[in-house]
Write a protein that binds this ligand. Structure first.
Ligand SMILES: [Zn+2]
Length: 146
């Protein structure tokens, strides 16, 4: 039997999918919702961890990183260079050691990126599941291997 904690946050961001052949190739925005599930042992005081500690970490690590940022594939170099002089908050997704597909800022890749951001435990918990909602009805899920 395992016990887990769930925390939920939302933030606006912009992106474009450079490999997409239709509307998603245009720069557009979303209000993301993320639902993170942390697993751990219920310890002294009847808690796995303090929600405040978990939430502060998620805000500092994830929400502040992506909030109001334009998230672009690292291979989208012409656009990145064109926007640089404006000083926009740009998050460059992936690195050139990865494939173009792995660097597309899709819901699937966002969910995996967030999961990877918590490889180490926080307050004795382990992030086991990330659900990334691009819209109210469309989401992708990444789960840690047990
Ligand atoms: Zn989109």
């Amino acid at each position: 039997m395992s016990t887990s904690l769930k925390v939920e946050f939302s933030f606006p961001y912009g992106h474009r999918l450079m490999m997409h052949q239709s509307l998603c190739k245009n720069i557009h925005g979303h209000r993301a919702k993320i639902v993170l599930t942390f697993e751990g042992k219920v310890g002294e005081g009847g808690m796995i961890a303090d929600f405040t500690t978990i939430k502060q970490s998620v805000v500092a690590k994830i929400v502040e990183t992506f909030d109001h940022s334009l998230v672009l594939n690292c291979y989208d170099t012409e656009l990145i260079q064109a926007l640089k002089p404006f000083g926009f908050k740009i998050y460059i997704f992936g690195s050139e050691t990865q494939s173009r597909s792995a660097c597309e800022p899709t819901s699937e890749n966002f969910a995996q990126l967030i999961l990877d951001m918590y490889k180490y435990s926080i307050s004795g918990t382990k992030l086991i599941r990330v659900e990334f909602f691009e819209t109210e009805t469309n989401s992708a899920v990444a789960e840690a291997l047990q």
